[in-house]
Unconditional design. Structure first.
Length: 261
């Protein structure tokens, strides 16, 4: 049995108040989940990505089923399927989150459809923007309606050297971060570690720029929190620093327990 997912995201003003709409059905047509999510201040493209992230997160609670995601955003679909490169530093970490969520699915596809074929997801995205809150319209699991503000600010990275929640240390899983492209000019307010690569398990390396840390942490945490058999299959992922003008590029690859750091 497969799950059919329709997603849509939008922002009034681009960027501006943003919302995401998610519709999940079984391939038999049975309704599983419908929700509207208020995303705070985002761009249209970021809202589209957040819609996919919310949808895949909820789909994972349905058990191990293949998913087919439908979106009317051609850019989103072509970036997820690898036809287009992700050039936006703001979208890169969202793209990585989607990749990691798809890794956990037994099978997946992402397809582009016309806007008129995505009407319900569009209605839900607009509902979130109108009400400025999350609204769970239907949930087969019986979750209550949620109508609370969800204007979450951008995550704040902990200071360099601070503990990062996550499994294992020492012989546990870790992530090797390779500096593929250093920051440009004087764009970085802190000096990156002198080494061309460093390892993250439960602490960040001292001296790491807070902007780089904020960009890296969502992907690192998603990698470290995968199941052991999934962790071993994660490919090398690329993350760009979100600081304007920096241009630093990092490549993240899993270090299997027991292997050399």
């Amino acid at each position: 049995m497969a799950l059919i997912i329709h997603v849509d995201g939008g922002a009034r003003g681009n960027p501006g108040p943003a919302g995401a709409g998610v519709v999940i059905r079984r391939d038999t047509g049975e309704r599983v989940f419908e929700a509207a999510y208020f995303l705070g201040h985002q761009t249209n493209n970021a809202a589209e990505y957040y819609a996919v992230i919310r949808a895949l997160t909820r789909a994972a609670d349905c058990g191990e089923h293949p998913v087919c995601v439908y979106s009317d955003s051609e850019l989103l679909v072509r970036q997820i399927t690898g036809e287009y490169a992700v050039k936006s530093a703001n979208l890169a970490p969202l793209h990585q989150q989607v990749q990691l969520l798809l890794l956990r699915m037994p099978g997946w596809s992402v397809r582009h459809i016309k806007r008129e074929e995505n009407r319900r997801a569009d209605e839900l995205a607009n509902l979130a923007m109108d009400r400025k809150c999350d609204v769970i319209v239907f949930d087969c699991a019986g979750s209550p309606r949620v109508e609370a503000s969800n204007c979450a600010p951008a995550p704040v990275a902990p200071p360099a050297g601070a503990a990062v929640p996550g499994p294992g240390s020492g012989n546990g899983p870790a992530v090797r971060v390779t500096v593929a492209e250093p920051p440009g000019g004087d764009a970085c307010p802190a000096d990156l570690p002198a080494a061309e690569s460093f390892t993250v398990a439960t602490v960040l390396p001292a001296g790491l720029c807070i902007h780089a840390a904020q960009s890296l942490l969502p992907t690192i945490m998603a990698m470290l929190n995968t199941k052991p058999n999934e962790f071993a299959a994660i490919p090398t992922l690329t993350v760009r620093c979100s600081r304007p003008g920096c241009g630093a590029v990092f490549q993240l690859s899993p270090i299997r327990p027991g292997s050399e750091n």
